[in-house]
Write a protein that binds this ligand. Sequence first.
Ligand code: NI
Length: 171
Amino acid sequence: MAIRTILRYPDKRLRVKAEPVSVINDEVRRLCDDMAETMYAAPGVGLAAPQIGVAKRVFVIDIADADHPSELRTFINPEIVAREGETVWEEGCLSFPGIHEEVERAAKVTVRAQGLDGATFELVAEGLLAIAVQHEYDHLDGALMVDHVSLLKRRMIDREMRKRALADARV
Ligand code: NI
């Protein structure tokens, strides 16, 4: 396992539409292992493959807090097949460190995906898990947190992240 570098906005690779995984082989399993390790190290509750520069339709989520045993879930080729209700949640994203914004999403979703064993499963998610599924699913289509906020907020976040990227480039 290895900790991979998490891409930060405005890296263009975050805007790429990810490709479906055709075969769940050792390479995909290694990718999922690395993604889990990278997510835990960050730490974060979710990570999508495009965030480490891999344009594949894969994400991992673990919403268990530090006091509880881990509940790692791997989603390969996920599809959100049902959405219900509305909720507003203050979200963060590992590609936007330190930035939190209120985002409106469905309160409950049904997601269908393949697990590491290749078997298809269906999960009905509510609360933080539903938010995480929708947030990570967005990453697979190149959609980001900033796409869900007002234009003014988006401009402020954009300016802040570009300023930081410039500062990082100087050191
Ligand atoms: Ni994110």
